[in-house]
Ligand binder design. Sequence first.
Ligand code: KG4
Ligand code: ZN
Length: 342
Amino acid sequence: MLGPEPGSPHRWAGGRPPLVLGIDTSCDDTGVGLARAGEVLANVVESQTALHARFGGVMPELASREHLEVIDEVLQRALEQAGVGLADLDAVAATRGPGLVGALLVGLNYGKALAWGLRVPFVPVHHLEGHIAAAGGAEPPFVALLASGGHTALFAVHAWGQVEELGRSRDDAAGEAFDKVARLLGLGYPGGAALAKLAEEGDDHAVPMPVPMKGDKGLEFSFSGLKTAVALLVEKNPDLRPADVAASFERVVVGSLVSVTLRALLRTGMPKLVVAGGVAANARLRREFAAAGVDVAFPPPALTTDNGAMIALAGGLRLASGRLPDAPFSADAEPYLPLVGA
Ligand code: KG4
Ligand code: ZN
């Protein structure tokens, strides 16, 4: 036991909004960012994509070691970008889950040590709350659609820290489906962005695709059947134009994300939508929500994929709301941390 916790949780009492440092090492990117009052002052992400690319996926042990290797330098670059020093920090926030446990431990412990040394509050943050906060801190209540490489789910956010899950994917995440189909088309990993780019040149009705959860009136998603159907189609019809496959696949995935989300807005009666996670970068998804006339907020493109600035934003919102855990320095890394109740 470390004794009484310095900067124990409290409503932020300082005169001005706190300068918060945010750290995310949940997967294969080392992210450190700075934010004050909802404004991002620095966002530095050291990507490990090249390191893992030859394995076709993330190697957990390699990821943890690489985080440890680069985190000091990433922090220095973030401080320089914001033009501040360590002594200026009012709080430190770090992702505690979900994610790869070894990778999470690096950023979480680094953040705790930094906060402890500086005698400032430490705020453990849920990774998905970070993704949601990246959309500019829309005032709850709102529905949040989270679509990343690891998660696809809908939440009703009643207040910061008061979240209800409405539905999720029964199998693959939307980003995972994008990545798997991208690999089939030889676009590398992670291939969501490359697939979306290729889709721009394709005919989105050229290739027949099964509609996920057809006829279902619930708030769940399913993408693994679609992915398997695409694999079979490509195998049986090697002459299909990759751009047409990409465009047809994208039309169906985006169609499913949009229709289930519109149903969630209707059911909850909530007036606003926040779309977050890596797939929120998808241009077709943005267009279709805008066309549906929904009051929708997206993160700026630089904040859609994993980064530290979104953790700093979420940490700032938590400090302002006063909803903080009792013993933040004792918070453990949680690989399967649910958002509800976090
Ligand atoms: O949120 P994120 O950085 O990582 C997780 O926490 O999972 O999301 C990464 C995912 C990947 O699956 C990637 O292929 C996908 O987001 N992605 C996209 C686009 N850009 C990134 N998917 C569709 N269209 C895009 N433009
Ligand atoms: Zn993420």
